[in-house]
Design a protein around this ligand. Structure first.
Ligand code: ATP
Ligand code: MG
Length: 709
């Protein structure tokens, strides 16, 4: 039996799988089998040691990665309940569904995704009469996120006395603060938790409630975390806390693949792991099983240019293969044409389209490749899930499901007049006023107001009957059946048909298919609540994939994945590294991102860039990372013209727009004195400067005359 579990692993991997007790860290380069080792350890704990899988928490970076890991583990442990294989956010949801009574939240609390957060903010903006010149919704959203990260706000939020929140709205001087407190009030009122709240609430409960803490610490005998190099301080706190009783924490990661610093990831957690846990152990894996030797040579040469790194070995086990092939195109169409021609060659050679990926730095770069693939009738999947789950029809239907399940105000407002039921602004304001007085939800207010003359001539009664009927019925139904019934009885599908909105109907079919697949893959009885949680947690990294299609995605989304054939397109200076990068640290992160891109490839890696459309004025050059990789490590379709070479000493991308200073620069303001530039705000065309004499940073217009110190 042990032979079956360990036989196909190398010695170091076996050591990592079988060192089950204590704090264990695996530090290793791309494709060395970290993820394989982690999932095998799960199986080894269950089969080799007889640990109940319900006592194991296994954390992955995306929901998609969790689904994939479950699939693999289920193949080795058929018929077993797999416990907690999930992301930090979905684990937090599970914990809160069980324990949020500690903070007096109902277990039917709503998970608010980023689009919900924006919807709430838009409402607040219109209510408070805030214009986008004063503040944008995006800025408000970022501000709230950052504020939550720096304040112990949960106690205020969970206080049953809501007047503290309303008073804070009144007292707030600054517009951002007013929005913030109003947002806290709105989400509190409907028991909605946004992504930040999920983690902070879980931490709050574990820290303050002994019973809950001891329960979870006792229950989770083993904790495994993949992609640990991209963990942030809150996730770190959560994993350390959960491991507080059994002290069995196993983490795997590659410091060279830290690519989420911009979202708070901190590589120090993996680097300092052994210092924090001196009794722990570290296993290094050296052999790469994914990429042909010439691809690894290129990747190793590239990453060696980073100064902030731990050097580590990465030895190919797959000999043979070709050097990465570089193509410099004269115009974008030519680049896309070349990529599609190469894809054609692979398909003619019998490769599955699913074995091919086109990667790029930023979402908008997919356009020309999509068009070229479409023209050539090659099936492709664009990983751009935010788009999918943010589409109106998808949000509407999920809103209906949530209405049945939780009945929160946000879902009510989204669905009550969709399709039209004559429930316009006037009637909604009436409900709002009533609800403020009674403290009831909008839906319950409507239910008890149906008899009023105001609602005569509307179809509000139909809406209420629909929700009531489905609420009575859903518990015994399969999700797919519930959805079909909902689409038929609400008139929503019919309405789209009448509009002739075929693309939106197609999206609904895709949603049905995704629910169907979810039911099939979850393997256990799934409830509406679980599905809604999952849907709310979907991000652009989790686009449901069509099999047998070429994958198009950003390099960020490709993290952890592998493909026999990889194209890294749009490999231009200014695109990759992005011209938004302004610091040496930022540039190193871009280089790591490029390393991630190269190391996704197994058999073949193609790189391409293009000159701008003629007449665009700006000269576009190949990426500096091409030269970091070393021309000797690449093959070229045509020799590179020397004029395309970047000047030798080019430490950072050129300064952007009107900015004359970079973050980190010391400057002197004629009135405010000296200070340090912290950030550049391209939209506002302003610097954020922390002045030595002031306690908070200030926003200073880029045109202001400042002296460099
Ligand atoms: P990344 O850093 O990109 O996340 P990783 O270290 O997690 O990579 P895996 O994805 O686990 O690497 O493994 C890479 C490939 O190598 C997979 O196809 C895996 O099946 C294969 N592999 C791992 N270990 C071995 C082994 N001992 N023998 C043969 N193949 C292996
Ligand atoms: Mg991995």
């Amino acid at each position: 039996m042990l032979e079956k579990l360990l036989g196909d692993l190398n010695e170091a991997q076996r050591e990592a799988v079988t060192a089950t007790e204590g704090y264990v860290r695996v530090v290793a380069g791309a494709g060395t089998g970290k993820t394989k080792t982690l999932s095998r350890r799960f199986v080894y704990l269950a089969e080799g040691l007889g640990i109940s899988p319900a006592s194991i928490l296994c954390v992955t970076f995306t929901n998609q990665a969790a689904a994939e890991m479950k699939r693999r583990i289920r193949a080795l442990l058929p018929g077993r309940d797999l416990g907690y294989i999930c992301t930090f956010h979905s684990f937090a949801v599970t914990l809160l569904r069980e324990d949020c009574h500690v903070v007096q939240y109902p277990e039917t609390f709503t998970v608010l995704d980023n689009a919900d957060k924006e919807d709430i903010l838009k409402e607040i903006f219109s209510d408070l009469g805030i214009t986008s010149r004063e503040l944008t919704v995006r800025d408000a959203s970022d501000y709230i996120g950052a504020w939550k990260g720096g304040h112990d706000y949960v106690p205020t939020l969970i206080d049953p006395d809501l007047t503290k929140l309303t008073n804070a709205v009144e007292a707030a001087q600054e517009v951002r603060q007013r929005v913030l407190w109003r947002y806290l009030y709105e989400t509190r009122k409907t028991f909605g938790l946004d992504f930040d709240d999920l983690i902070y609430f879980a931490l709050h409960i574990l820290r303050r409630d002994k019973e809950s803490r001891e329960k979870w610490q006792g229950r989770l005998e083993y904790i495994l975390v993949d992609e640990y190099q991209d963990i942030d301080k809150d996730e770190y706190a959560l994993s350390e806390l959960l491991a507080g009783e059994h002290h069995n924490l196993f983490v795997v990661g590659d410091p060279d693949q830290t690519i989420y610093t911009f979202r708070g990831a901190d590589v120090r957690f993996i680097l300092d792991f052994q210092t924090v846990h001196p009794e722990g152990q570290t296993v290094f894996l050296r052999e790469n099983y994914r990429s042909r030797a010439p691809i690894l040579t290129a990747a190793n040469a590239l990453i060696a240019h980073n100064t902030q790194r731990l050097e580590k070995e990465l030895i190919p086990t797959l000999a043979g293969g070709q050097k990465p092939l570089y193509y410099h195109a004269p115009i974008p169409e030519a680049e896309a044409g070349w990529v599609v021609e190469k894809i054609r060659d692979r398909l003619d050679a019998g490769d599955d389209p699913g074995s091919i990926a086109i990667l790029y730095r930023a979402h908008h770069q997919s356009r020309s490749f999509e068009e070229a693939l479409m023209r050539s009738k090659i099936p492709y999947t664009l990983y751009n899930g935010v788009e999918f789950y943010r589409r109106k029809e998808i949000k509407d239907v999920l809103g209906y499901l949530r209405m049945i399940f939780a009945g929160d105000d946000l879902s009510f407002l989204r669905t009550v007049n969709e399709p039209r039921r004559s429930m316009g602004k006037k009637r909604i304001s009436f409900l709002r006023e009533q609800a403020v007085h009674s403290g009831k939800s909008l839906y319950d207010t409507l239910k008890s107001s149906l008899g009023l003359p105001l609602f005569q001539g509307t179809r509000a009664r139909d809406y209420v009957s629909l929700i009531e009927e489905l609420r009575a019925a859903w518990k015994g139904m399969k999700l797919t059946d519930l959805l079909s019934r909902l689409l038929a009885e609400s008139g929503y599908e019919e309405y789209l048909r009448l509009c002739g909105a075929q693309d939106r109907l197609d999206n609904l079919s895709e949603l049905k298919q995704s629910i169907f697949d979810y039911e099939a893959s979850a393997g256990e009885d799934v409830t509406l609540g679980e599905y809604l949680d999952l849907a709310a947690l979907f991000t652009d990294l989790d686009r449901k994939e069509k099999t047998r299609s070429v994958r198009l995605m950003t390099v960020h989304a490709a993290k952890g994945l592998e493909f026999p054939t990889v194209f890294l397109a749009g490999f231009n200076e200014g695109s990759f590294p992005s011209r938004k990068v302004l610091t040496p640290e930022g540039l190193e992160e871009e280089r790591r991102l490029c390393y991630v891109a190269y190391t996704r490839a197994g058999e073949r890696l193609y790189l391409s860039d293009t000159e701008g459309p003629l007449g665009a004025g700006s000269l576009r050059l190949p990426s500096r990372f091409l030269f970091d990789t070393g021309e000797e490590n690449l093959d070229f379709v045509e020799p590179l013209d020397p004029s395309l070479r970047l000047p030798d000493a080019l430490p950072l991308p050129p300064l952007v727009g009107n900015f004359a200073f970079r973050p980190g620069d010391r400057v002197k303001h004629p009135i405010l004195g000296s200070g340090t530039v912290e950030a550049l705000d391209e939209e506002k065309k302003a610097y954020r400067i922390r002045f030595d004499q002031l306690t908070t940073p200030r926003s200073i217009a880029a045109g202001m005359k400042l002296e460099k110190l």
